[in-house]
Design a protein around this ligand. Structure first.
Ligand SMILES: Cc1cc2nc3c(=O)[nH]c(=O)nc-3n(C[C@H](O)[C@H](O)[C@H](O)COP(=O)(O)OP(=O)(O)OC[C@H]3O[C@@H](n4cnc5c(N)ncnc54)[C@H](O)[C@@H]3O)c2cc1C
Length: 528
């Protein structure tokens, strides 16, 4: 690596400032971890990609306080797709939003609904929030090379205004540098999966007059005419995108003609940009090498689906990693806590890959169809994936990889279930209790007192929430069975809202029991 005159030290450096890198910066800064992010572009891409964000992503945004800034779809909104001659022409038939879907969403599993917001409108929200929490965002700065050693990672960067290159020395690096990740390539981490499927082109255009068609409640249109096919959808802000089923370069006149055909009328429009996208399924064989972590498309390339597995999966990666880095960087946890990132997130990426290609719409792309792969419902995949690692106790090998949160009933390794609660005059979700540190949910004072004692002895953020005193269920039903515990039991929830462990009943020595559990799931440095 070239030597440079100046250098900068940061506990965590993020390379890549798109959806996943910016989310990681926000989550770390919100947790008080000093973080630097470099992104080679100064702003968002002209042609947004992602627009569909899931309930889980919104839950995470809610925990860090930005959900209100992201417009969420009205509860009960049904997303719909039709096969049509054109937008203004005949609509032939409605097709399944998520082909192969088994269970309809009930809408009661989350305090949030999903959001439809263009990537280039969400990214400024993430940027502002990350900066607001103290993240050092360096836009227009490119990574040139890196080298890691036992003590850290040295990253050579160059501002794109042609000022001098300099080195950033980081304790840890998050590679959020996209599907073509140079970091992953240099590390020699291979990827598995169905691989390249095809390359597609698109045209982005503004057409406010077309928005009137959305009043019929359909958002996606498979356009089929003799000699012409395309997929038409909207970013919900008068910008529309027409995706072609091929990789052919089109002239301006051809693009205008195609938009005109897809609209099926003389509505005025303005072409804004074109895009070229690779449709592929690839999952990295390791999400971590030494002090470097892969997140987002750098770790998993998944084709667009109505489940929106791309960016949403990456944002959840960042959320999973952020508290672990916080606890390690602050010295509370041993670095081995970071091993749980790969152990927990790689199977999630892989399951989503398998589920994508087991569904009828993508099964046609893979010759060796993933026969026999059971299909899990969207709610199970999004809100009910099971994580197994040393940071969870009680997620046995025999358990299935995903299920509806109601079925899990507080199973360790899954997201703690959402229940509406009352605390005095306030209504809140169970999820509103999580985020800052560990939380012990119990209806038994002995456990609560044990938690208070352990928090003091171990000097960690551990809060006891006494069910029946601090909170009660808004529906008046007992909370404990929905957490899989008895009245004298307790459930320990991690800072990322995942159930770390539960005790169905009272332990002989609750304080000793809790201290031992925390020592394992948080890899506490109790020996120093
Ligand atoms: C047409 C389309 C529609 C999609 N729709 C959805 C959807 O609705 N919902 C969803 O969840 N997902 C969707 N996806 C997938 C989603 O867009 C991606 O999963 C997501 O953008 C990945 O984010 P990322 O931050 O990991 O990577 P990227 O968005 O690829 O960002 C990587 C960033 O790293 C930067 N970078 C790379 N190298 C360097 C370097 N050397 N130095 C500095 N910076 C560097 C790049 O400039 C870039 O900004 C869609 C994808 C496509 C193609």
């Amino acid at each position: 690596m070239q030597s440079t005159s100046s250098s900068h030290h940061t506990p965590v450096l993020i390379v890549g400032g798109s959806l996943v890198g910016l989310s990681a910066a926000l989550f770390l800064a919100w947790r008080g971890v000093p973080v630097t992010l470099i992104e080679k572009h100064r702003g968002s891409a002209l042609h947004p990609r992602a627009t569909g964000f899931t309930e889980r992503t919104l839950e995470i945004f809610r925990m860090v306080g930005i959900a209100d800034a992201v417009p969420q779809v009205a509860p009960g909104t049904r997303l719909r797709r039709v096969r049509a001659d054109s937008l203004a022409g005949a609509w032939q038939a409605e097709t399944a939003w998520t082909p192969g879907e088994q269970a309809e969403r009930t809408g009661t599993a989350s305090p949030c609904t999903g959001a439809a917001i263009a990537q280039d409108r969400l990214e400024p929200i993430l940027r502002a929030a990350a900066i607001g929490h103290g993240a050092d965002l360096r836009l227009g700065v490119e990574m040139l090379s890196f080298a890691q050693d036992d003590g850290g990672v040295s990253v050579l960067v160059r501002p794109r205004d042609n000022s001098a290159a300099y080195t950033i020395r980081a304790d840890y690096v998050i590679a959020a540098d996209g599907a073509g990740s140079a970091i992953r390539t240099v590390l020699g981490i291979e990827r598995q999966g169905v691989g390249h499927l095809r390359t597609l082109r698109s045209v982005l255009f503004r057409c406010p007059a077309a928005d009137a068609w959305l009043e019929r409640g359909v958002q996606q249109f498979d356009i089929e005419q003799p000699g012409f096919k395309g997929f038409l959808t909207t970013y919900g802000d008068s910008r529309w995108v027409l995706m072609f089923d091929d990789d052919r370069e089109r002239s301006a006149a051809e693009l205008a003609d195609a938009v005109h055909r897809a609209l099926g009328s003389d509505l005025p429009f303005e072409i804004l940009a074109t895009g070229r996208w690779e449709l592929a399924g690839r999952i990295a064989q390791a999400y971590r090498q030494g002090r470097i972590f892969l997140a987002g498309d750098a770790a998993h390339q998944l084709p667009p689906t109505r489940g929106g597995f791309g960016a949403n999966t990456g944002i959840d990666d960042a959320w999973n990693l952020a508290w672990k880095l916080q606890w390690v960087v602050s010295g509370r946890s041993h670095a081995r806590l970071l091993d749980s990132y790969d152990a927990e997130r790689r199977p999630v990426g892989w399951l989503r890959h398998q589920q994508t290609f087991a569904r009828p719409d993508y099964a046609r792309w893979v010759n060796h169809a993933l026969h026999g792969e059971p299909l899990y419902g969207s709610t199970a995949l999004e809100l009910g994936q099971l994580l197994r690692s040393e940071a969870v106790i009680g997620a046995g090998a025999a358990l299935q990889p995903a299920a509806h949160p109601d079925e899990w009933a507080g199973q360790p390794g899954t997201r703690a279930p959402h229940l509406w609660l009352r605390a005095g005059t306030r209504t809140l979700s169970t999820l509103d209790l999580f985020g800052a540190g560990f939380v012990l949910l119990t209806a038994d004072r002995l456990w609560a007192e044990a938690a208070d004692g352990v928090a003091g002895t171990l000097a960690i953020t551990l809060r006891a929430v006494l069910v029946g005193v601090d909170v009660e269920a808004a529906d008046g039903q007992p909370i404990q069975p929905r957490l899989g515990i008895h009245d004298d039991g307790a459930t320990l929830v991690r800072p990322d809202g995942i159930v770390a462990w539960r005790s169905p009943g009272m332990a002989d020595d609750p304080a000793a029991c809790l201290a031992a559990v925390l020592a394992q799931v948080a890899a506490l440095r109790t020996d120093e």
